[in-house]
Design a protein around this ligand. Structure first.
Ligand SMILES: [Zn+2]
Length: 467
């Protein structure tokens, strides 16, 4: 179905960022059925200068908008023209974002359905790769004047729509339109404004239920898209449904990039223990296996140690990571049995002489001198090697710099021996992180996150060494 009332709209602006840039011209054209019922346009005083670059594209100079009305002067009239209608624009997200920002500055809530002619062109003419307005004008031989002025571009968009209407059966066009207009169904307890406030930016989002109970903490490179995917039905359906019913409020925190989002998510999950987060639960004490050696370097045993008890400067080789002392012990015993190692030589069995394993023919006899100790040690080291943890590859603390895709946000994540000491948003507050009084406990999540990051995504230039 093709909506009966459409408002074709275009804006000229001082730049591309709806937070800092402002509208300098609005043009619109209302269509009912196949008839244009109104054309309207106005220049807008942006309360800032129009750059020579923008002037060169649009032909709109600062002097032209100096006496134009402010957006606040036209807001009510414009809002009335748009209310309840489907807005059609070329790259609709751009125009919609600017309208939203301008209305938000005036505390006016703005929420209309949008139809993007770039997406429509892509859906109808998939054989073409370019869908910008100039390309469409040329491809469809559209009759256009005043290109890059609001009303000129509105008319071009409308011309394109008419062409598509003539070329495709109504069902095909209607289907392509409805696909865009179909909004993900939002949870009943959530207002659209809350969704609109979500940015297309990396970071962490939090779902709250009744009485501010924390339901879920998640991270994404695109907060808004990920949150919507929770409610669109394709995101692990069962969990999504339960969440949808319970969620009352959404909060978010932007980060510069993915590493920051991962670290923040891991921290918040531990602090808040959300009901629906299964992974990354609260940090319990972690244990590892550690070789004990005498002064000559001969291995005299294996110890199970709590990760927190290890000093950060400890250069010991560590093997494996376990959620409990028992789990560590079980794993170690398994290796001893499997490899025919000696529990007594490794200090796990009291007494002297033949060990219990030797008596049941499991130990190869290191305890009674049948196997040379050096060989026993070599076999032990080899058996443990598969569990060996990566040792800290730097001399001391390092910072990993992360820049946001838009370039407006930089974060420096400081690590020392796999512990995340903190994240600075400027080099100035970097030093505060080092004032941290107590050594942080070892955290398995930070270890895993950083390990994966160092293996893949980080550039050498983004690693700052401090010592
Ligand atoms: Zn033995």
């Amino acid at each position: 179905m093709i909506p009966e009332r459409l408002v074709f709209l275009d804006l000229e602006t001082t730049g591309v960022n709806p937070l800092h840039d402002r509208i300098i011209e609005v043009g619109l054209c209302e269509v009912v059925g196949c008839e244009v019922v109104e054309e309207w346009s106005t220049l807008v005083n942006p309360r800032k200068t129009v750059s020579p670059y923008i002037e060169s594209i649009t032909g709109i100079a600062s002097s032209m908008v100096a006496d134009a009305p402010f957006f606040s002067d036209i807001a009510a009239e414009l809002h009335a023209k748009l209310a309840g209608k489907v807005l059609v624009a070329h790259n609709a997200r751009f125009d919609y974002g600017f309208l939203k920002s301008e209305f938000r500055r005036l505390d006016i809530s703005f929420q209309e359905k949008t139809l993007c002619t770039v997406k429509l062109s892509r859906a109808l003419y998939p054989e073409h790769s370019r869908h910008n307005l100039d390309t469409l004008i040329e491809r469809h031989n559209l009759n256009v004047s005043n290109r890059h002025r609001a009303l000129g571009d509105v008319r071009a968009t409308w011309e394109f729509f008419k062409k598509a209407r003539a070329e495709f059966p109504a069902e095909v066009l209607g289907k392509a339109i409805q696909k865009q207009l179909k909004q993900p169904s939002l949870p009943p307890g959530l207002s659209k404004d809350q969704i609109d406030a979500l940015p297309h930016a990396p970071g962490v989002y939090l779902f709250f239920g009744e009485k501010d109970a924390v339901l879920y903490v998640g991270k994404s490179k695109d907060i808004r898209a990920r949150v919507l995917s929770h409610f669109s039905g394709d995101h692990r359906i069962y969990k999504g449904m339960r969440l949808s019913q319970q969620v009352r409020h959404i909060d978010f925190m932007e980060t510069a990039g993915e590493l920051g989002a991962l670290l923040l998510e891991a921290r918040l999950v531990k602090e808040l223990v959300p009901i629906h987060n299964r992974r990354l639960r609260r940090n319990r004490e972690l244990f590892t296996l550690c070789l004990v050696a005498d002064k000559q370097g001969t291995v005299t045993g294996v110890e199970i140690v709590a990760m927190d008890a290890l000093g950060q400067e400890d250069g010991k080789s560590l093997y494996g990571m376990f959620r409990s002392r028992r789990e560590a012990g079980k794993t170690l015993l398994g290796i001893i049995r499997e490899q025919g190692l000696c529990a007594r030589v490794l200090g796990l069995e009291k007494g002297s002489g033949a060990c219990f394993g030797y008596q049941i023919k499991k130990c190869r006899g290191a305890c009674v001198g049948e196997e040379p100790l050096a060989l026993h040690q070599a076999r032990l080291t080899m058996a443990l090697a598969q569990l060996k943890m990566r040792s800290w590859p730097f001399k001391g603390a390092v910072g990993i710099r992360e820049k946001s895709p838009a370039g407006d946000r930089t974060e420096i994540h400081v690590f020392d021996h796999w512990r995340h000491l903190g994240t600075a948003t400027s080099e100035k507050n970097l030093w505060e992180i080092f004032e941290c009084p107590s050594p942080l406990p070892f955290d398995l999540d930070s270890y895993k996150i950083l390990n994966r990051y160092l293996d893949g995504m980080v550039k050498k230039a983004d690693i700052l060494t401090f010592f």
